[in-house]
Design a protein around this ligand. Sequence first.
Ligand code: FAD
Length: 644
Amino acid sequence: MSVVDRQEWDVVVVGAGGAGLRAAIEARERGARTAVICKSLFGKAHTVMAEGGIAAAMGNVNSGDNWQVHFRDTMRGGKFLNQWRMAELHAQEAPERVWELETWGALFDRTEDGRISQRNFGGHEYPRLAHVGDRTGLELIRTLQQKIVALQQEDHAETGDHESRLKVFQECTVTRVLKDGDEVGGVFGYERESGRFFVLEAPAVVIATGGIGKSFKVTSNSWEYTGDGHALALLAGAPLLNMEFVQFHPTGMVWPPSVKGILVTESVRGDGGVLRNSEGKRFMFDYIPDVFKEKYAQSEEEADRWYDDPDHNRRPPELLPRDEVARAINAEVKAGRGSPHGGVFLDVSTRMPAEVVKRRLPSMYHQFKELADVDITAEPMEVGPTCHYVMGGIAVDSDSAAARGVPGLFAAGEVAGGMHGSNRLGGNSLSDLLVFGRRAGLHAAEYARGAGSARPRVDDAQVDAAAAEALRPFSAEGEEPADDPPENPYTLHQELQQTMNDLVGIIRREHEMRQALEKLAELRARARRAGVEGHRQFNPGWHLALDLRNMLLVSECVARAALERTESRGGHTREDHAAMDRAWRNVNLLCTLTDPSGGLAATDAVRGQITLTRETTEPVRPDLLALFEKDELVKYLAEEELYE
Ligand code: FAD
């Protein structure tokens, strides 16, 4: 069949965002020959877009902060569905990961006494986000890239080849994880520019491909976030965990239409910005749920005092976790109190001097000036919810980041599930990807070393099947049913995005999700006939046709899990089951890809079926439970957990 370039590596990392780069650095430092593959240019990953900061309990601005408080906040934010061991490791190790970045050259904003400055963010009890203005992700990626170059220079000095132990394959898309029996054997992918296929054989593969936002119409995510890593894991036989939990960030731009969904960072609210409806009312005071009542200010006066005296006042309700704020905005707009373009108003102009806005929020100032012709130092922004982040993901072991069910497969960053439970706190993603990126790299390298000289064997039939699957869009006319015409991948994508936005979006209803599942089944059948013209050299239509497989698989997982979970929790809101139900607290939903006869259909994306199973979560360790007041636990825990 096709001539495919083959190379051998110890560890292959798919994705060069924060998680992928941190994993690659660790694997290389542990002695593994490591390849990194990314869909876009090296340095252009979602992580670059992160604005607010990295959450880490360093206690630089308020010495009351420590890992236990961070752990508590994370569990509360996730409504106790977090894989608690991940939340514990994350809270404990995040400060070290931030300090390490500094030793690698990151330049964070400083406090007056010269320490790394930390800012307030929703759901965090203390100022906790280490930041670089509102361009933190850019600095994070710049630093990790610099570290990679430094390692390559070391390798050059020793071997004469910069890429002998650490190589980046940019603008390459992985379409399959290859297997050697039940274990990982490597990856199959194509170069986006030339269309050439390649295989990297390796005993360990780390998936770090980020999110799924491009399945939704209004999203803060960019073109790469088509759920590839989620689908790669499913197709390789690994389960996805709790895919119903999708975060709608409360503040995306709503106007003009061409930029709808682009993020307005939460630091705007952390630094003093307030939300108002069309009547000028600061409406968030009407939306403080019972579980958070004691922690949030009940009046504007108290909320405003908190910025200067957080020890004697409670925080403003604009800083509730994102799911609460997004639902509140949705309700205001629905009640007819929205802004002219269907959002609400977010105001910093009356809250701080123009030069402070420009200094603390430079990207927001330019974003609104250039894209919407709004001067945020003089008038409010219009904002509304936008699909932002997926809490669900590849089911992993908390300590090693090993994916369940497929030896040699690891996952870290947004693509991995469990860490954030039903809702992620802002800032907890950058810290997550550093903590678990490192752990994934470490354990992947160890796994590869354990494999020793026994290299994986990837048979030609598998490679041929992956190549045939990738080439299918060029001969879509020949597919069954024979007389149906080829489908346009762009049309299919639009229909998918509309379906997910309208029927499995921020507020969900049973009949709509059933409708969505019917539509997704139809789209999956039509996507088999997604056809493209031209050739393999940089052909965006072809790339989209291949991404559609992933978006459709992942969307179906989201819809099926959302239909199954008959409660509202975090990033999953059911109009027909509006309350959080304690009986669901300890239930995980797992999606696998199976064939209709019951076996794993790891090789057939088209005929395989998404199967949903329930599992009981592991009970939270008693010393961690002891960090909470009993009164609070009563609001969350399942009956039997309380009894214990
Ligand atoms: P990403 O950074 O998303 O990188 C994924 C990588 O995988 C890319 O290199 C991509 O090219 C590659 N890839 C994808 N598919 C394939 C494939 N098939 N083959 C090969 N490569 C592939 N979080 C915070 O904690 N703080 C913030 O302030 C913050 N602000 C944000 C602002 C915006 C606008 C957005 C969109 C998100 C923000 N987040 C923030 C969330 C956070 O940025 C992301 O969750 C995080 O960066 C994800 O990192 P990652 O390493 O998992 O993946």
